[in-house]
Design a binder for this molecule. Structure first.
Ligand SMILES: [Mn+2]
Length: 263
């Protein structure tokens, strides 16, 4: 890990979200996410966005007006004193990856945010905690893991980013359609995390708490691993049309989901 360990004191409330899947097609979800962040971020010392912020990200040069609006809100939040952190997901694995010939700067900088490695260790209110998007833990899905290795390969990424933005948008849309088709056909269990992979990741980080998204199976799981009691918190995905999506607040060492306002 290249980043210094982050210590978050017990009196510092934290907000988590992942899998917002922001897109121009899902305007209601964008509005909902912006509203919740605007309303709650001020009371939080940290805001963690754990991947799949965007439905599709074909390079930082492809940031559209919707992405710019999101960045502008996060900048306001950061300027008001909340530290903003973001992680790449499987949809936005090209976030902050330098695009040849583009000098517009990394997207996280436009958000006043810091990009995290996946996974990332923090001390959260005194508990050794591992933050992750979650896709790397779904090790039963061998086809996906192979794709993950490919698309995280720097040489492969540079090859893709050397193509024009228009070309990458076409490729991205095509990939998205085939991935949606694949998901429908796949057995449900393959889409969840593998318990062995979870325990191995937590062993490696010395963590007793894991917070991730990706699986779209929000919940809180507790189990015993040897002498250690462990917790895994899964963040919800966001879809305003299905009334889904909320920030998770961590306060005094405990999770407290923030209810969505009825619309
Ligand atoms: Mn994901």
């Amino acid at each position: 890990m290249t980043q210094a360990p982050l210590q978050i004191a017990r009196d510092e409330p934290v907000l988590f979200a992942s899998d917002l899947h922001l897109s121009v097609q899902g305007r209601a979800t964008v509005d909902d996410a912006l509203e919740q962040i605007a309303r709650h971020a001020r009371q939080a010392a940290h805001l963690f966005l754990l991947g799949d912020l965007f439905e599709m990200w074909v390079g930082d040069d492809g940031a559209d007006a919707m992405a710019a609006g999101f960045a502008s809100l996060l900048t306001t939040v950061a300027k008001a004193g909340t530290r903003v952190w973001m992680m790449r997901g499987n949809r936005d694995f090209l976030l902050d990856v330098p695009v040849p010939g583009f000098d517009g700067g990394a997207f996280s900088q436009h958000c006043g945010a810091t990009l995290l490695t996946d996974p990332f260790s923090v001390s959260l209110h005194g508990e050794a905690t591992l933050l992750a998007h979650g896709d790397a833990l779904c090790t039963d899905d061998l086809v996906y893991q192979q794709w993950r290795q490919t698309c995280r390969n720097p040489a492969w990424q540079q090859g893709l980013l050397a193509r024009s933005l228009a070309e990458r948008l076409v490729i991205g849309r095509h990939a998205r359609e085939s991935s949606e088709a694949g998901k429908r056909e796949m057995a449900g269990a393959l889409m969840d995390v593998n318990q062995g992979a979870v325990d191995a990741a937590m062993d490696g980080a010395g963590a007793s708490l894991l917070i991730h998204g990706h699986t779209h199976r929000p919940g809180l799981h507790r189990w015993q691993h040897g002498a250690q009691s462990r917790t895994r918190v899964v963040l919800t995905d966001w879809d305003a049309s299905a009334d889904r999506g909320h920030l998770l607040r961590w306060e005094n060492g405990l999770p407290r989901p923030i209810e969505r306002l009825a619309r």
